[in-house]
Design a protein around this ligand. Structure first.
Ligand code: AMP
Ligand code: MG
Length: 421
């Protein structure tokens, strides 16, 4: 008996990893998915599969930045209120018309609208409000310099510019750039499908009748939301009851997806069956425990290119583990170049009188004052208290072996709602 306990402990030790090791093991197991071609109008938040190199100049020719008169700047030399210059108007150019055949020569001007091409010969635009027009002539009261109110060809994008790179997440402006470069479709990475299973005999879905001793299923809802947040495709398979048959059946179904997320059933309890079923299904289990608080029971394995996560049962570590471990995997599957969340330095606003032996992820709320980050905790740090996660906008990342912290100390925080910082 004593011997088998020792063997259990040894086994546990060998399947326990640090946060960094877990992240590395996971990322090493991921190969990005392939591509698909989609309409550009649907491309927001998708990840580019190709570099976008411009084969044109935007704007293609010099055009006007204002409504006004296209002129030759030298014609206004010496112009003033007392000695204005008069130019004969020879025509008008609207946006959207070709400038072929239009020409401004000395002593003449053309009316021009914003975005219209600058006619041959002209090199400056005097806005309507700075001139007066009467009987086919325009009077100009001050000197104009060359290139005034002219947008040069290629000012926005030049031919040969790499404007977007493979692995970029497309934001609104990027989608606009694609359209301006005449892309009506674009090649992006495929979105991973992610199956979600909650495990537990005690769980009841929202909207269903509940009895003593039962609790509401929370994790399926938070995980479904996170998967959507990163633009992967969630598929909720329902609650697996704590029997080998039910849990196994749901896991087999889940393996049709690229990623499997189950919650609960990965600890040391009598009804924690997930790991045994993973082994039985031939999943190559790469770790079972992570040295982090909350979230120590967390398994990861691989089978035939599928990633299988057994996340903790309590609602908070389910989410913090998703952020640390599932999120990077999804981003790599989707071909993203930026994977890790950077840490930001913040001043702690309260004492934390505790010795942190392992890495701790505390739920925090940061504010920015005078360009500095400040952070305080959001209440109870128990794994079951989702309320303090709901109030949090960051995680305070405390390294292992940190002696007590005092208000005013600098700590590292990870912003949970801002993926760029
Ligand atoms: P387990 O590891 O399965 O024993 O789960 C640990 C704790 O998390 C237990 O108190 C469970 O009741 C709770 N829990 C497990 N799954 C969920 C879930 N989907 N929603 C809310 N709480 C859960
Ligand atoms: Mg359970």
């Amino acid at each position: 008996m004593a011997r088998s306990r020792k063997t259990d402990r040894d086994k546990q030790r060998s399947l326990t990893v640090s946060v960094e090791e877990a992240q590395k093991i996971i990322l090493d197991s991921v190969s990005p998915l392939g591509s698909e071609t989609i309409p550009v109008i649907e491309a927001y938040n998708r990840i580019l599969y190709e570099d976008i190199v411009s084969d044109m100049m935007i704007p293609p020719v010099d055009d006007s930045a204002m409504d006004g008169y296209a002129i030759i700047a030298d014609d206004t030399l010496g112009a003033s209120r007392r000695k204005p210059v008069r130019l004969r108007i020879t025509g008008e150019i609207q946006a959207g018309v070709s400038r072929v055949g239009e020409r401004v020569s000395h002593g003449t001007a053309m009316r021009i609208m914003t975005g219209a091409p600058i006619p041959e010969g002209a090199d400056s635009v005097v806005p309507f409000e700075a001139a007066r027009e009467r009987a086919g002539y325009v009077t100009i009261f001050s000197e104009s310099v060359r290139r005034n109110n002219c947008k040069p060809a290629g000012e926005n994008i030049n031919k040969g510019d790499t404007v977007l790179q493979k692995g970029d997440r497309l934001r609104s402006a990027d989608v606009g750039i694609l359209a301006s470069l005449n892309y009506s479709t674009v090649k992006v990475y495929k979105q991973p499908t992610v199956s979600i299973i909650s495990t537990g005999d005690e769980l009841v879905e929202a909207g269903e009748e509940i009895h003593d001793g039962q609790i509401r299923n929370v994790n399926a809802y938070t995980l479904y939301s996170e998967v959507r947040k990163y633009n992967a495709l969630p598929r909720y398979l329902g609650i697996a009851r704590d029997t080998l048959n039910d849990t196994r059946e749901k896991l087999v179904k889940a393996l049709e997806s690229d990623v499997v997320l189950s919650t609960g059933g990965v600890s040391m309890g009598k009804y924690d069956l997930v790991k045994a079923i993973h082994a039985d299904l031939g999943i190559d289990i790469l770790f079972e425990w992570i040295n982090v608080k909350p979230g120590r029971p967390c398994t990861f394995g691989r089978t035939g290119g599928k990633l299988v996560f057994g996340l903790p049962g309590y609602p908070v570590p389910t989410l913090t583990s998703f952020i640390q471990f599932v999120r990077p995997a999804l981003l790599k599957l989707m071909g993203a170049r930026k994977i890790y969340k950077p840490l930001v330095s913040a001043f702690l606003e309260e004492d934390l009188a505790k010795h942190f032996t392992t890495v701790n992820l505390l739920r925090g709320y940061f504010t920015i004052r005078d360009q500095e980050f400040y952070v305080s905790t959001t209440g109870s740090q128990k794994s079951s208290v989702l309320r303090s996660m709901s109030k949090a906008n960051c995680l305070i990342v405390i390294p292992e072996n940190t002696k007590e912290l005092k208000a005013g100390d600098k700590v590292a925080i990870q912003l949970i709602d801002h993926d760029e910082i």
